[in-house]
Every structure is written in structure tokens, then in C-alpha cells.
Design a protein around this ligand. Structure first.
Ligand SMILES: Cc1ncc(COP(=O)(O)O)c(C=O)c1O
Length: 349
């Protein structure tokens, strides 16, 4: 048949359905959503579902505006940050110059470029797995960076981001802050200074709500009006009524989330030290996952050994530079103790 689209889709981590497993392969939060979120779910009146959800998500956006100290006019919500990122790619990258992102980053960026026919160029991360901004060509159609990056976990300082925003002031720079709550410093205060900055955020990781599918974007009013026009040309009711109510409750429970995410950061730092004691080298992470490699054991062998014990981590056999690494999300301390025990068992076989 003529006219059918060929596209290579994004490959997400597995979602196995086992009763007893340690699932640390897709960077979900180890903890439950806030009790306030669960209470909002119980209190939700199902009769309200007869009506369409809000076009403007005012309730959620005003809670976010208050929390982040950003005017509501700079915020756009979406069905997960994947939705907001996809809208941002379509809204901001419409030149013939390639947009730039690292060779090792969130796998969806290249998929969207193919889907939306956006030219792109991947800049190789350096030997230390860092994004060297000096390697970015002079003329680009835009720049996308996850900060901290995934799957490396490495955070880039705001002063470097500022220099990037200044140098490439004629195109949009998207900063994907999916993992910002685990140790990095948000670029949100830079929104006042830079018109070309667009930030995306999600409730999936730090708010323990990956299944709810809510994300949002932050940019000046010009960028926001473009992205909202594209959103309204496509799927205006992207955030449903239940999602808006629950995400709003999450925004209002800052204390709970600060506590669980600090605990995850503490477990991460402890886990990296414990991995080192087993002979692993691990990149410095500011996220809820680590990227690690062992000199004497292949990632494949470790991945399979863990899976045989119902421990699911992420292995990237098709990406040459990552073939020797495992990406391990940070679970609760008891889970990570079990992971270390099984790793030790595999290494001493
Ligand atoms: C760097 C990065 N950005 C964005 C996302 C998308 O998250 P969501 O669509 O759940 O908000 C992910 C998910 O794994 C991610 O790793």
C-alpha cells in the first residue's frame, strides 16, 4: 500500500508483571505518592467525568505557579513530559538547521526528530560522558539537553547553561529537568533572563506518579503561546480531570516529596560506594539512577543474573558506548541491599 509511514519507535524499559520483583529499570520513584494524592483520589467524584477536562488546567497551573514562583502565563501542562517535549519539538524546531543533542541521552529525542522530520545532529559525549558545549556547531536549529542527563546521571552547572543560552540566543534551548529533584539545581530562575529557554518537568519521577501521566513546560509568554497553539491544534484536553486533581495535590505536599527524594539521594550515594567495594565504576549521579560498569563482568551477564532473581535493571545492548554498562534505578535501601547481595553472588560464581 502507498503512503504508509515507516518509523522506528522509542524502546521503553520492560514493565514486567511479577508479584515479587525488584523493578529498578525505568527510574520510577521507590516510594508511594503523597498521602494527600491518595486522599484526593478517594475524594474524586466520578460523576464529574461526564464533562470534558479543563482546557487550561488552571487549578494545577496556579498551584505550580505558586510553588515555583513563576507566573501562570509561563506554564503549559501535558500528558507526561513526553507530551510536552513532543509539543516543544514541533513548536520550536522549524528551520533547516539541525537541532543538537548528545549521542547518549533520552532516546525519545531522535525518535521525535524522525517523526516530525526535524533535522538533527548528535554530539558525542566526551570520554568522561560529559556534554562538551564547545563541540556544538555554530549554526544550529535548536539545542536539547536533559539536565541531569539520562542515562548518565551527570548534572551540568547553571553557569554553563547560561553561557549556552547566551551563545545560541537566536534558537530555543530545551532543558529537560525530569530528574532535577534528586540533587541538581533547576534552571527555572533563568527564565526571567533568557527568552530562548524552555524547561520541561514531570510528575513521573520525583512525585511518584509515572502512571498518572502529567508533565509541564515553562517558558516565556512568546514560547508559551506558540506551544499552546500547537497543543490546541492537536490534543487540547491532554490532562484529564483525575490527573489534574491528583497532580495538584502532589504540588501541595512539598514536605513529603522533599523527604522521600532526599532519602533516594542518600541511598544512591551509599549504593555508589557499595558498588565501588564490589569493583564497579559508577558515574557521578544527581538522579534517582546510576550508570555503572564492572571491569571483570559483562553487563549482559550481570543483567541476566539479576533478572534470574527477579531484579530488573536497564541494559542497552544496541548502543555501542553503553554495552558495558547497566543503568540501575535507586529503590528502597532494603531493595538495594538485595541487589548488592545478588551482584556479589554473580561476581563470585
Ligand atoms: C530524560 C527524560 N525526559 C523525559 C522523560 C519522560 O517522562 P514522562 O513522560 O513520564 O514525564 C523521561 C522518562 O524516562 C526521561 O528519562
Amino acid at each position: 500500500m502507498r503512503g504508509l509511514r515507516k518509523i522506528k519507535p522509542y524502546t521503553p524499559g520492560e514493565q514486567p508483571k511479577r508479584k515479587r520483583m525488584i523493578k529498578i529499570n525505568t527510574n520510577e520513584n521507590a516510594y508511594l505518592p503523597s498521602p494527600k494524592v491518595l486522599a484526593a483520589l478517594k475524594a474524586f467524584d466520578g460523576n464529574d467525568l461526564r464533562l470534558y477536562s479543563s482546557l487550561t488546567n488552571d487549578t494545577l497551573i496556579s498551584a505550580l505557579a505558586e510553588n515555583l514562583k513563576v507566573p501562570a502565563s509561563k506554564i503549559t501542562t501535558g500528558n507526561g513530559s513526553d507530551d510536552v517535549l513532543a509539543l516543544a519539538f514541533q513548536s520550536f524546531f522549524n528551520t533547516d538547521d539541525p537541532i543538537i543533542f548528545p549521542d547518549l541521552t533520552y532516546g525519545f529525542y531522535s525518535v521525535w526528530c524522525d517523526l516530525f522530520r526535524i533535522p538533527y545532529q548528535e554530539v558525542p559525549l566526551n570520554q568522561a560522558f560529559e556534554f562538551d558545549f564547545a563541540a556544538i556547531p555554530e549554526k544550529v536549529g535548536g539545542i536539547v539537553l536533559a539536565n541531569p542527563n539520562a542515562p548518565t546521571g551527570i548534572f551540568k552547572s547553571l553557569s554553563e547553561i547560561e553561557r549556552l543560552l547566551e551563545k545560541y540566543s537566536d534558537v530555543v534551548v530545551i532543558v529537560d529537568e525530569a530528574y532535577i529533584a534528586f540533587g541538581g539545581k533547576s534552571a527555572v530562575p533563568l527564565l526571567e533572563k533568557y527568552d530562548n529557554l524552555y524547561i520541561t518537568r514531570t510528575f513521573s519521577k520525583d512525585a511518584a506518579l509515572a502512571g498518572l501521566r502529567v508533565g509541564y513546560g515553562l517558558g516565556n509568554e512568546k514560547l508559551t503561546s506558540v506551544i499552546q497553539a500547537v497543543k490546541n491544534a492537536y490534543n487540547p484536553y491532554a490532562v484529564d480531570l483525575i490527573a489534574e486533581a491528583l497532580a495538584t495535590a502532589a504540588v501541595k505536599d512539598v514536605a513529603y516529596y522533599q523527604q522521600i527524594n532526599q532519602e533516594i539521594a542518600n541511598v544512591r550515594d551509599w549504593f555508589i560506594d557499595e558498588l565501588a567495594a564490589l569493583g564497579f565504576s559508577t558515574l557521578a549521579s544527581q538522579t534517582n539512577f546510576v550508570l555503572t560498569t564492572h571491569q571483570n563482568a559483562s553487563a549482559q551477564e550481570l543483567f541476566e543474573g539479576l533478572k534470574a532473581k527477579d531484579i530488573y535493571v536497564r541494559f542497552f545492548p544496541n548502543q555501542e558506548r553503553l554495552r558495558d554498562f547497566l543503568r540501575i534505578s535507586i529503590g528502597k535501601k532494603e531493595e538495594m541491599q538485595e541487589v548488592l547481595r545478588v551482584l556479589q553472588e554473580i561476581l563470585t560464581r
